[in-house]
Design a protein around this ligand. Sequence first.
Ligand code: ZN
Length: 462
Amino acid sequence: MKTTILKNIVSFVVMLLVLLIPVSGLSAESQLEPDWMSNEELVERLNEIEEASAGKVEVGMMGHTSQGTEIPVARVGTGDQVIIINGNIHGNEKSGPEAVISMLETLAGDSSFAQGIREEVTIVTIPRFNMDGAALTQRQNVFPWDEVVATYPQLEGADSAWYYNDRNEGFDINRDFNPDLNYEVKAEDLPGNTLLPGFFITKEAQALRDLYLELQDEFGHVEAFVDLHHMGTPETNKTGEPVTIAIDFPPLGPEDSDKYDDWPLLDQDKSKRYSLAAALGVKELSDQEELGVSQYIHFQERDYPGQARSAFALNGTATVLFEMPGQQPQFGYDQELIDRVENGLWGIVTRMADGSMDHLNGDDFFELPRYWTDNVTDMKDVVQRYTNEGEIKSDDAARLMENHLTALEHFEKQENPEKMTKHLESFKTVLDHYSDQGVVTQSVYNRLNGDSDLLIERWSLK
Ligand SMILES: [Zn+2]
């Protein structure tokens, strides 16, 4: 009898140990390393904020995803300027919801700061737009093509849209927008391409479009739209500083093109002012220097009318893109990065509230550092940095390349396509030679050779 009891006690203790050790180990770890919130946690936190806000924050549902998941939306403020803040349109880009939740917590409070903003601005947030993609940590939503055809029988036999991903069986929702907000998908418009508007195939894009139209009705126009993303991990041209946030205005081709003449409400300068406001917010509200606040990659030719921010900009809304370094799941939770997103949002919202947005100069946005090449001066910046970093190993070679680029800057100013292509080709020959001799490293060669090709292609089209 006694042995049985003893055996039972021993096995009970063993069982306890087995249960407790890993569990306490895990919970200690998860306390040390917070993770991006799940969909369930997001909904729970939104409800908590609404409850604690005593009516100041309203949480509802914007609509359903293509799979029927509810898309939460939170609205705060009574001001007559309305801004939509959209997070996580790409499911593997997760800082948006975290920053928006933190912002809502402040806006739900009783501070005079929050009150001042609520009186002037109405803030409509979609913390996590791509709920299904986020659950899988994938860029696309979930909407297999056979379900698409079942939903739109007119698409039977048509090619799938160019932004549909076969492997993930979903869409890049951020190509599914059309400036014609009443557009309905037609088989003859498929598959389309990057230079054409999207098709409003996904239920997500339709839900955001409907929200936009409702707010347009209520406020006369939607003043601003911010889309929160993640990207790669580039370094600035001039200093090699890691980019900590990259900001952009709508990518709608060269500004002298007539492609968007039918959209007279497009105001690129307004979007640049809002983009600058975001950059200023990141710098002002940080206790660091924030030298990594940059322009997002924006070649003159970049033209994506199917992006949400482009479609809304063509309807007269100022739109801003945030791109944070490093995507999920490779890059873990990062509070500093989330704070930068939030600070950028405050930079915009506070300037809407106090009216100082109108006093900004949109062109000042271009003072922010770049990390890509749009002109010869960008290439020169790169050569100077590589020289300082010792990646160009001969002073003579560095000087010769700089002189070559100074001549090219001259032809660029003259807008002389023949001289540009000819001298870029000879720059490439010089580069080849230095690379063969080991005077420049492989990364110098790759970057400058690629930059030259890009500019040659541009100038040969003129
Ligand atoms: Zn993205």
